[in-house]
Design a protein around this ligand. Structure first.
Ligand SMILES: Nc1ncnc2c1ncn2[C@@H]1O[C@H](COP(=O)(O)OP(=O)(O)OP(=O)(O)O)[C@@H](O)[C@H]1O
Length: 480
């Protein structure tokens, strides 16, 4: 981390925050002055002449974010770090649009602020004094810290053409994020062209992407433009990139390096004026290690990675998302419904293996199936019961065991709402898990302790000790 120190002005109406931030920044070697209002901020800007301004949005006599363009007009190049408790994608994007250097959602941690300040000092940028504020509808819902991190990255890539790689389980919103980046950027009025690598026969992928000339292969009756050409000026979204065949990967890499491509069977060079956003729900690093994905292409695509959290990792967003989907269902002509508190609690306890898509489908189903205007807990239980049965196969196979443990843990934590479960979790978990594990292993080995020990991967003496500790009768499995 850079050790540049500088003069920092901290503006917040909360005296406690001012003190804590001031002390932390002083400890890091900076000279700090604080202000509690817009009026004080203006005075300090001229008398103290800071190198970096850190300001809250909601100040007693104005909006810190609205002031950014005016401040940059007077103090071109001054990096402004905006703190906000209004944690939506709209705020993150507006902060960037107004020319803020960085945006930190509240509550922030001091180390993070320290890093932002060092970054601002190390990287003083030319003033960006044009802040247009007209914006499209911003479709991403969720205020959890995990989504805040996503919004901050989105805000940083909308004004450039960097290649973005979106990672996340199925149904976490990868395509929605790709669309948001496209729509918010300069290419927003041009086409957004999604291509799903898993949905196209392997042998047709190259002609699908780059187009083909008449007669390039059997059945190519005329020249056809590929997706790169269709997306000209706009964004090409390469979904399920992990399923792209190696030959097509080689061709894609060349296009990304050279900025132009040739059609299949053609000699003409066509300029590739597109922003590329790729996505995958696979462990792409593992694919690279196993030789299924070119490493050089991976680095080329992974310029800015965005990792989308699974819904169980941002369970606090479930209520807001559920209401959003009910509103959407109503806007689509389905009956208008609301959720009672018990229903929300049930949703929070579910593990959501199908992520946001599963929640969206469930809400549409509830909107249609529940007769009352207000959806209660039992109705959610009934529908989740059948949803859980549908989702079960996804938990099997590779990683299924770890997946279901994570799911149960997520549910357990969610049951405590905003609080944490009591301390000593590790021991309690072992006490919960060990007895059934020992019983199942013993029963699978038909009471043979050597076999059961091997199945568990522990030695026989350890097994015997554990059976005694947990009060399990080693002969029960033989009898049962
Ligand atoms: N944060 C969000 N706010 C609102 N809606 C969302 C959000 N995330 C996802 N959705 C909705 O959930 C559904 C699934 O999202 P999307 O298709 O973008 O997921 P995906 O990760 O691309 O899935 P897959 O990997 O299966 O292609 C869509 O209808 C999308 O609108």
């Amino acid at each position: 981390m850079s050790s540049v120190s500088g003069r920092i002005l901290v503006v917040d109406d909360d005296a406690a925050i001012r003190t804590v931030v001031r002390e932390a920044l002083r400890r890091a070697g900076h000279v700090v002055e604080t202000a509690g209002s817009v009026a004080d901020m203006r005075r300090s800007l001229s008398s103290f002449a800071p190198d970096v301004l850190v300001t809250d949005v909601m100040l007693p006599d104005g909006d810190g974010l609205e002031l950014v363009p005016e401040i940059l007009n007077r103090y071109p190049g001054l990096p402004v770090i905006v703190l906000s408790a209004r944690n939506t994608l709209a705020t993150a994007v507006r902060a960037t649009e107004q020319g803020a250097f960085d945006y930190l959602p509240k509550p922030f941690d001091l180390e993070e602020l320290g890093r932002a300040v060092s970054g601002a000092l190390a990287n003083r940028v030319a003033a960006n004094d044009e802040g247009e504020s007209e914006r499209h509808d911003l479709p991403l819902i969720g205020r959890s810290p995990a989504m805040q991190a996503v919004y901050r990255t989105i805000a940083r890539v909308v004004s450039n053409d960097l290649t973005v790689l979106i990672l996340g389980e199925s149904g976490t919103g990868k395509e929605l994020v790709a669309r948001a980046i496209h729509e918010l950027g300069q290419r927003g009025s041009k086409p957004f062209v999604p291509v799903n690598m898993a949905a196209i026969p392997r042998e047709l992928i190259e002609s699908e992407l780059f187009g083909h000339e008449r007669g390039a292969f059997t059945g190519a009756a005329q020249r056809t433009a590929g997706r790169f050409e269709q997306a000209a000026g706009g964004t090409l979204f390469l979904d399920e990139i992990g399923d792209m065949p190696l030959e097509a990967q080689t061709r894609l890499l060349r296009v990304l390096q050279e900025g132009e491509f040739t059609t299949v069977g053609g000699a003409r060079h066509i300029k590739a004026d597109v922003r590329v956003i790729a996505a995958t729900n696979k462990e792409i690093e593992r694919l690279v290690a196993e030789g299924g994905f070119r490493e050089d292409l991976y680095y080329r695509l992974n310029v800015v990675p965005i990792r989308l959290p699974a819904l169980r990792q941002r369970i606090e967003d479930v209520g807001e998302l559920a209401r959003h989907f009910l509103d959407r269902a109503a806007a689509d002509g389905l009956p208008r419904k609301s959720l009672d508190e018990a229903a929300v609690q049930r949703l929070v306890r579910h593990g959501w293996p199908g992520n946001v898509r599963e929640l969206e489908n469930l809400m549409r189903r509830l909107a249609v199936l529940v007769r009352e205007e207000r959806i209660g807990g039992p109705a959610v239980d009934v529908q989740l019961g059948s949803a859980a049965a549908e989702a079960a196969p996804a938990m099997e196979g590779d990683g299924g065991l770890a997946g279901s443990v994570e799911l149960h843990l997520a549910r357990y934590f969610a049951g405590f709402g905003r609080d944490l479960p009591p301390d000593g979790l590790y021991e309690r978990l072992l006490a919960e898990i060990e007895p059934p594990l020992l019983r199942i292993a013993m029963s699978a080995a038909k009471g043979n302790q050597i076999r059961a020990a091997r199945l568990l991967g522990i030695n026989r003496n350890t097994l015997r000790k554990k059976l005694t500790e947990r009060g399990i009768d080693p002969t029960a499995a033989r009898r049962g």
